[in-house]
Design a binder for this molecule. Structure first.
Ligand SMILES: [Zn+2]
Length: 94
């Protein structure tokens, strides 16, 4: 097998790996409920003060970036019991 053929096969494998990786992360992101979906599933968590945790009823929530801290895709987490609750996003990610 020539060097060019090996380089071609390795390049295709790398591209395929990147595509699968991106698809995996996008699908994992979409598996989290949006705020509307969260409220539909846990209507008792909708309060005048905002959103509450469905597990411990705490309204003390934090958010972090999905892939990194500055990510526009945010996961909202209960500060008391550390349960991830729902996702929000700035821009086209929702
Ligand atoms: Zn909680």
């Amino acid at each position: 097998m020539s060097t060019e053929a090996i380089i071609g096969i390795v390049s295709m494998a790398i591209v395929a790996g990147i595509v699968l990786f991106v698809r995996f992360y996008r699908d994992r992101w979409a598996s989290w409920p949006t705020l509307d979906e969260y409220w539909r599933e846990h209507p008792e968590c909708k309060s005048a003060g905002g959103v509450k945790c469905y597990r411990c009823s705490s309204a003390d929530l934090a958010q972090r970036g999905w892939a990194r801290n500055s990510d526009a895709r945010r996961i909202h987490i209960c500060n008391q019991c550390s349960t991830p609750l729902y996702r929000t996003a700035i821009g086209d990610w929702s």
